[in-house]
Ligand binder design. Structure first.
Ligand SMILES: [Zn+2]
Length: 81
């Protein structure tokens, strides 16, 4: 992820804090847990706000526009065109 220059954001559902997960954050994490560690399906206790007991989750910007429709609708649109 570090090498791919992924755009990651971390956010907390409880305190509603949102911030970029920076390259420095990734490097610090990689030094702690190793470079093969993946953030997919991971969460951790809130580190964004002192005293918050929420969970931090990660989001990934993939650089492409995703269809705002599920497969069922999309397939229907394609077959009706
Ligand atoms: Zn929080």
């Amino acid at each position: 992820m570090i090498d791919e220059e992924a755009v990651i954001q971390v956010f907390c559902m409880d305190c509603k804090v949102f911030r970029p997960f920076t390259r420095d954050d990734m490097t610090t994490l990689a030094e702690k847990v190793g470079r093969d560690y993946s953030l997919v399906n991971r969460r951790c206790r809130c580190r964004l706000t002192p005293g918050c007991n929420g969970w931090n989750r990660f989001m990934f910007l993939n650089g492409v526009m995703r269809h705002l429709a599920d497969n069922e609708h999309f397939d229907r649109w394609i077959s009706s065109d």
